[in-house]
Design a protein around this ligand. Structure first.
Ligand code: B12
Ligand code: SF4
Ligand code: SF4
Length: 372
């Protein structure tokens, strides 16, 4: 055996690693070999077409994204995990409220998952002190879905999300990139499954037409517009945003893999996401699925920060949240007295010269939409 073959021999059984992940409460775990993405040209095309929308930060690490081995020196394996965050129950949204995507209704998954991934890293490092481990949740420039697919956690749907067999897509992903050689848990020659067949439900239901099979035009995606975008939302898309205040779940709500079957509902939601992150917040429904739009339009820094303690909604700053509330309020304006009250609040924002530009200009656009 050559020296390089020797160093590639797994020293720790993958089963033990998976057991560590399950002990930390991850509902799914698997191992992929650290290797170049098989879809680098699709990624290049995505950026070349400007399908990353306003997320210019994504351009910084385009080359790193193509090969997970660029994340740490000597990367050999990627341990992929998933948390279930919702059962996908239907929402009952009161009049004048704006909806929050399900992933952001409990505690901030970045914190919840990182803490447990670090516990797995510590356990592995105590056995293999010469190896390097890097825990990633969202922010590292790696393709978490593609890696999870390679590790056998599920397959990617036309809406580009990972669907786990029998569980569906209400799952969040995390990974540990490591120099430790581990046996991959999915046979390398197994073809990648197509979970969709002839189905096009997500494409047909997307309010903004953002989905082409296996590719999202992020600039048209409500999730990008309400969570990532710091500037204006195209007034031509305001009506399509509907009652979404933060994120959007439509493509997952309609997916047959998320049908609430006995088998699907038996897969537990991790307790960190099962309840709102904090007890009571003024103007928030008890299950944290929605906020009162009139209240959010009037938020100051203190109210925003109180509402977002321990929540993934922190990603949106105060002006973005108030912009989102103005757009959703415009869409709720036909809801009787509640709608009339919302319109009068939009009017005061539009006429207040002391208002933040983003919020005021959005209010002006919303009123112009109503008149047009
Ligand atoms: C940027 C980003 C976004 C952007 C862009 C979304 C996107 N589809 O890329 C926006 C803001 C729109 C977004 C929205 C959401 N996101 Co997001 N997002 C990310 C992030 C940070 C990077 C994704 C990325 O690199 N995109 C780049 C492009 C090039 O990727 P891509 O489109 O998948 O490109 C691949 C495909 O084109 C593929 N491909 C091309 N042809 C073909 C053909 C076949 C057959 C196949 C299989 C694939 C394929 O090859 C390319 C390279 O792999 C990841 C975390 C991470 N680091 O991975 C989370 C992540 C993808 N998001 C997540 C979530 C939960 C969401 C939302 C559901 C949140 C919400 N409710 O509002 C929505 C869902 C919208 C949607 N349908 O995608 C989860 C998804 C979990 C899951 N079950 O898959 C992730 C993994 C975060 C996490 N840690 O859990 N997100
Ligand atoms: S999250 Fe909403 S807007 Fe974005 S692709 Fe899915 S359905 Fe379309
Ligand atoms: S809704 Fe249909 S097309 Fe879209 S991801 Fe689910 S199975 Fe695939």
């Amino acid at each position: 055996m050559s020296r390089s073959d020797e160093t590639m021999t797994p020293t720790v059984p993958a089963d033990w690693v998976l057991e560590l992940c399950h002990e930390q409460g991850f509902v799914l775990a698997g191992v992929a070999a650290a290797e170049a993405s098989g879809r680098a040209s699709e990624q290049d095309a995505w950026f070349a077409d400007g399908r990353h929308g306003s997320m210019a930060w994504m351009e910084r690490h385009v080359e790193i994204r193509k090969d997970v081995r660029r994340i740490i020196d000597g990367a050999r394996s990627v341990i992929c995990v998933a948390d279930r965050y919702s059962l996908g129950e239907k929402d009952d949204v009161p009049a004048g409220f704006g909806r929050v995507a399900r992933y952001a209704r409990g505690r901030d998954y970045h914190v919840v998952m990182k803490r447990r991934l670090h516990a797995v890293c510590d356990a592995l490092a105590s056995k293999e002190p010469d190896h390097v481990f890097r825990a990633c949740v969202d922010s590292a420039p790696i393709h978490e879905r593609e890696l999870a697919e390679s590790a056998g956690l599920g397959s990617i749907g036309k809406h580009t999300l990972l669907i786990a067999p029998g569980t569906g897509s209400w799952i969040l992903l995390g990974a540990i990139v490591t120099s430790l050689p581990l046996q991959p848990t999915r046979a390398p020659d197994l073809p990648k499954d197509d979970p969709c067949g002839t189905c096009t439900r997500c494409i047909d239901a997307c309010p903004t037409d953002a989905i082409e099979p296996w590719s999202i035009d992020a600039g048209r995606c409500i999730s990008e517009m309400t969570i990532e975008r710091r500037g204006m939302v195209d007034p031509g898309l305001h009506a399509d945003v509907g009652d979404w205040l933060f994120g959007c779940d439509v493509c997952q709500e309609v997916c047959p893999h998320n049908a609430m079957t006995t088998r699907n509902q038996a897969i537990q939601v991790h307790q960190a996401y099962a309840n709102p992150p904090t007890a009571d917040v003024e103007g928030r429904t008890p299950d944290a699925s929605a906020f009162d739009l009139a209240t959010v339009m009037e938020w100051g820094p203190a109210e925003r920060s109180e509402a977002f303690t321990s929540s993934a909604m922190k990603r949106a700053n105060l002006e973005m949240m108030r912009r989102n509330a103005v757009i959703a309020a415009g869409n709720a304006s036909s809801q009787g007295d509640v709608g009339a009250n919302l319109v009068s609040k939009i009017e005061s924002i539009a006429s207040d010269e002391g208002e933040a530009d983003l919020v005021r200009s959005t209010a002006v656009d919303v009123l112009a939409d109503r008149q047009g």
